[in-house]
Design a protein around this ligand. Structure first.
Ligand code: AMP
Length: 282
């Protein structure tokens, strides 16, 4: 496994065998089983696997946790090696945003709601860094987690609109035994908050169960889920959504598919989760 922060190294390794397929797994590090599930899938589907570890400053607002975002490079590299990565790109800010940098990628409508409404500069940072990583690695396939559902919708839109020549592969959310979606930010939770944090997955699962039982009124669904989150004393709701899976527009009446998503604060820690429902699968 080659670990490098050098762009020439990346290009050299990428084009040594031009016909080989490459899978790319972009991450911000502090890796857990959720990230590693993407690496394993990429390993199974490609000749070479590249992972990137970079805490991208442009996707954090000034009030957010950029400086305290957890980091553990030696542990990350051990996990990536064990999962079969061939290349790990570990750039720093001077490589990704050198002095004079002034070009950003902006996806419009689908970034304005949900995460984009709560974090207005977030997706511009995500799309810019992912576009740069796509250009650097030129992967055959890029792997992202459903955990960050809106991110997958935004990146799909970018790939379509800017004609990136790759397949987007979206992998299922990996959860702890009690249902909490794995996240690097779970580390911030104290034991009481950690116990309360199961409210996200419990609430979304209740929403899916209601849909399966025939509920189609999105307002009633949102109210039911809102009440469940309000019942958890340590949780403060940011948003609860019943939306169209592609446009992320809020639904009035659910037809045959919906994405249920939520963002909840536990003190200063903000957790997100989502579940997709499709009538054909219920
Ligand atoms: P991050 O390091 O948080 O930027 O995440 C890097 C990639 O891992 C993104 O595509 C995430 O959606 C994905 N990911 C993070 N947590 C999980 C999880 N619990 N299950 C599946 N994928 C995840």
């Amino acid at each position: 496994m080659k670990v490098t922060n050098n762009i020439q190294d990346i290009r050299h390794m990428r084009w040594q065998q031009p016909a080989a397929t490459w899978g790319l797994v972009p991450t911000m590090g502090f890796l857990h089983e959720g990230h590693i599930s993407l690496v394993r899938r990429a390993r199974a589907e490609n000749d070479f696997v590249a992972a990137t570890i970079y805490v991208n400053p442009t996707q954090f607002a000034p009030t957010e946790d950029l400086s305290t975002y957890p980091r553990d490079l030696p542990h990350d590299l051990a996990l990536l090696e064990a999962a079969g990565a061939d290349l790990v790109f570990t750039p720093d800010d001077s490589i990704m945003y050198p002095a004079g940098f002034q070009t950003y990628v902006t996806v419009e409508e689908v970034t304005r709601v949900l995460e984009g409404a709560s974090r207005p500069t977030h997706f511009r940072g995500v799309t810019t860094i992912v576009a740069k990583l796509f250009n650097l690695i030129q992967p055959t396939r890029a792997y992202f987690g459903q955990k960050d559902y809106q991110q997958t919708a935004v990146l799909r839109q970018m790939v379509t609109d800017l004609n990136f020549n790759l397949d987007m592969i979206i992998c299922p959310t990996v959860r702890e035994a009690d249902g909490l979606a794995m996240s690097s930010r779970n580390k911030y939770l104290d034991p009481a908050q950690r116990a309360g944090a199961t409210v996200l997955s419990r609430t979304l699962a209740a929403g899916v169960a209601a849909l399966q039982a025939g509920e189609r009124d999105a307002n009633r669904l949102r109210a039911m889920m809102q009440a469940m989150i309000a019942a958890e004393p340590l949780a403060r709701l940011d948003y609860i959504s019943v939306a169209h899976p592609r446009t992320l527009a809020e639904l009035v009446e659910v037809a045959d598919e919906a994405v249920l998503s939520t963002a909840v604060f536990f003190h200063r820690t903000r957790l997100i989760d989502n579940m997709l429902w499709q009538e054909s699968q219920s």
